[in-house]
Design a protein around this ligand. Structure first.
Ligand SMILES: Cc1ncc(COP(=O)(O)O)c(C=O)c1O
Length: 400
């Protein structure tokens, strides 16, 4: 198995501008094959789907290929892959569709660890339906979301458990298999936000117990397209608001208006890119290559993350938040005497891209006592290397 970081970085033209791109948690850069796939779709000519001419057939083919690509990335059936503008938009769509059958006294469980896109749509849907919202809490000292608390939170009236596969600020990866088992035991559905986890680990929605799994291609080297995957039979039971003439089949009935066909060509190219990150890791199907490749990516990123955390731990003016046992490689920290925004601006002046603020993990930042202002977030992805981390550590040390 090989992970050639030089070869990987060379595929990303944006990295040549000399910046240390430690902002991947907010959106990754895009490699040449993805850029080319999008350009090529436009070059060849596209039409809306359902037409009698070849350009229309090409768009239908692009959509079908992209559904299969997402199914290969996270597991599941291509017929259960729904596309939309963003994970947020799709979570609103699915929560609204699910909530149509809720009655007063039904319950939904959300977590304080989540990005607001997997909290507020459920809270608002619950308000409309008269349903009760229950909150899973984070252990502020460790950043863990203890799975055991779900036993008491989930009951006969629970309809949905919404929980993240990884925190977008602390990196915490909760024990989803345990949490979803509690949900399954009472017949509740588990809606998993996989936006932050997907770029970092091999994903198998069945093993996670996710009835719905949301992810966004722009976090894994693709274009700005969101997607949710679910069993087609489950989608068949839901009837989202839709236009009268638009298809009533699954998954199309969850997709409002015209899809971004060229971008979907980029989604397929992004999955192919991920599948090829560790050539020789495995032969066989694209699904097998994705799993093998992401296993190598996880190991590579873990080593880089240790380097980053080790460096930050040695600095007395730095406070690092979260130390969960299983984490995506995302560091969240503050510096004594400087606002997170001031730190981000100083780093930007040195060509280092990081984020500051709550990054929409609003409930979590409140629970950690970090509101307002949040903290600094440095998120590693597979195209980062030791030089990116060293630049950050040197610059942070200089801010003492
Ligand atoms: C964990 C997590 N969930 C959801 C989202 C929202 O994704 P989208 O921008 O596709 O709506 C983000 C975006 O940063 C995220 O990090």
């Amino acid at each position: 198995m090989s992970f050639d970081i030089g070869r990987v970085r060379a595929a990303y033209p944006a990295l040549r501008d000399g910046h240390a791109y430690l902002d991947g948690a907010a959106g990754t850069q895009v490699p040449v094959p993805v850029i080319e796939a999008i350009a090529e779709a436009y070059r060849r000519g596209l039409g809306n789907v359902g037409g009698a001419f070849p350009a229309s057939a090409r768009s239908s083919e692009i959509v079908a290929e992209a559904r299969q690509a997402v199914a290969d990335l996270v597991g599941g059936a291509a017929e259960g892959v729904v596309f939309g503008p963003s994970a947020t938009a799709l979570t609103y769509r699915i929560s609204s569709a699910l909530a149509k059958s809720w009655v007063p006294g039904d319950e939904v469980v959300v977590s304080r660890l989540d990005h607001d896109s997997n909290i507020r749509p459920w809270v608002q849907a619950a308000e409309r339906a008269g349903a009760v919202v229950r909150w899973a809490e984070v252990d502020a000292a460790t950043g863990e979301l203890p799975a055991a608390q779900y036993e008491a939170l989930i009951g006969a009236r629970t309809r949905v458990v919404a929980v993240t596969a990884a925190s977008n600020v602390l990196g915490t990866r909760p024990d989803l298999a345990a949490i979803s088992a509690f949900a399954r035991a009472v017949g509740a559905l588990c809606y998993v936000d996989g936006v932050h986890a997907t770029p970092h680990v091999p994903v198998d929605v069945a093993a996670l117990g996710a009835d719905f799994y949301a992810t966004s291609a722009y976090k894994w080297s693709g274009p700005h397209v969101g997607t949710v995957i679910a069993a087609p039979a489950l989608l068949e039971t839901l009837h989202p608001d839709k236009l009268a003439p638009s298809p009533d089949t699954v998954p199309d009935r969850f997709e409002r208006g015209t899809l971004p066909f060229a971008d979907l060509a980029g989604v397929t190219a992004a999955v192919d890119h991920l599948a090829g990150l560790a050539p020789g890791a495995a032969g066989g199907t694209r699904r097998e290559r994705v799993l093998a490749s992401m296993t190598v990516v996880e190991e590579y990123e873990a080593a880089l993350f240790s380097h980053l955390l080790g460096g930050l731990a040695g600095m007395s003016h730095v406070t690092v938040y979260g130390k969960a046992a299983r984490r995506a490689p995302t560091a969240f920290f503050t510096l004594t005497g400087l606002t997170p925004r001031a730190v981000a601006e100083s780093l930007a002046a040195r060509g280092i891209n990081v984020w500051s603020g709550n990054n929409y993990a609003l409930e979590l930042c409140r629970a950690l006592g970090l509101e307002p202002g949040g903290a600094v977030r440095a998120g590693l992805v597979h195209y980062n290397d030791d030089s990116d981390v060293d630049r950050l550590l040197t610059a942070v040390a200089d801010l003492a």
